[in-house]
Ligand binder design. Sequence first.
Ligand SMILES: CC(=O)[C@@H](O)[C@H](O)COP(=O)(O)O
Length: 256
Amino acid sequence: MIMLKIGAKHFHSRLMLGTGKYPSFKMQKEAVEASETEILTFTVRRMNIFDADEPNLLEALDLEKYSLLPNTAGAKNAEEAVRMARLAYASGLCDMIKVEVIGCDKTLLPDPFETMKASVQLLSEGFTVLTYTSDDVVLAKRLEEEGVHAVMPGASPIGSGQGIINPGNLQFIIEQSEIPVIVDAGIGSPKDAAWAMELGADGVLLNTAVAGADDPVKMSEAMKLAIRSGRLGYEAGRIKQKTYATKSSPEYGMIE
Ligand SMILES: CC(=O)[C@@H](O)[C@H](O)COP(=O)(O)O
């Protein structure tokens, strides 16, 4: 059964995993495998794409098994992001592109204007564009209108592990979107990932919570299960919250 469609690509897993910050290549490989992800993201700037003598940060992974989502992390403006995307494409390491243009070094929050500019340019060049944004509802809509293939609102600042700090905005973005919404960045624990999915997100992208865990492989599996569980809960339709109690054992309609 197909679960997630982004552009022309179909996926069974709703978890996208970052490849950086792992304590070792061995741990990276095991964590990636435990996640059962189909989409791996990596920073173009940190790849030694054209220099065979330099270390390759993906060398432990069998890249044939994954769809690759290079990201433009480190770009400070649209021009830099576009250049990185073209480089990833030219190197053959590009099924899709995650547009990430940082506007503030302290918060690592995206620059909305440059993000939009880069996304529009890359769309015009035929890329499948997934755009990292803040949880700005109007910007997410504008990006969708421009034709991006997915929006990726942050749960909280990258690497902060704060989890979802503005569920209301994520909810609005999810409700209005006809393209996939991937909650990206700031996930700290499995409960955050499950919550994002329960809100109706189409997927979650995370890195630090797994790579920085005491046991990245176990955490990777926990995230996989949390995302499945959150999605199931969303599809099952949760009960309405009430102010007052209602008995779990009603006096009528009991099963004998
Ligand atoms: C790897 C990547 O793309 C990050 O920029 C991403 O946003 C993940 O953030 P966390 O490390 O907070 O999960």
